[in-house]
Design a protein around this ligand. Structure first.
Ligand code: ZN
Ligand code: ZN
Length: 146
């Protein structure tokens, strides 16, 4: 599979189906407090440009801050995507678990690495970004919290 292949995925119950065309960024894991509560551990997703994601089904969206929201299947609760809603900075991170074999993608980055519990870790070499570094990036684009 090449990076530009279109991926077809679905939630646990199959009611939500998604079609996505990933960029070449690979998978990012987020260990922030909100992602950990939302997913149960870390959120692993892939960046999908707004025009490259289509989804159908009973999608519920939780507005988790003034500038980001998190969507899930209203039937089975599966995590679907994290979306930044700041004007001019809209993008999606779509849950890797919706796709067979994580869409054939590999982990390239972990963010909020210092919020990760000590009890588990992802193997392999990838970029690590701290909470302070992430908040600086968010501050630059107008966000306020994680
Ligand atoms: Zn579902
Ligand atoms: Zn997060």
């Amino acid at each position: 599979m090449t990076m530009s292949d279109t991926l077809n995925g679905q939630c646990l119950c199959g009611a939500v189906t998604v079609t996505a065309k990933p960029g070449d960024d690979g998978l990012h894991a987020c260990h922030c407090t909100m992602c950990r509560r939302w997913t149960g551990s870390a959120f692993v997703g892939m960046a999908i440009a707004p025009g490259d994601l289509t989804a159908n089904g009973p999608i519920k969206t939780y507005v988790s801050s003034e500038w980001a929201e998190r969507s899930f299947c209203d039937t089975c609760g599966s995590t679907l995507w994290y979306r930044v809603t700041l004007p001019g900075h809209e993008f999606n991170h779509v849950a890797a678990g919706l796709f067979d074999d994580a869409g054939g993608q590999a982990l390239t980055k972990e963010v909020f690495i210092d919020s990760k519990p000590d009890g588990y870790a992802f193997a392999g070499d990838h970029t690590l970004v701290t909470k302070e570094e992430m908040l600086a990036i968010f501050a630059k684009i107008g966000g306020k919290t994680e």
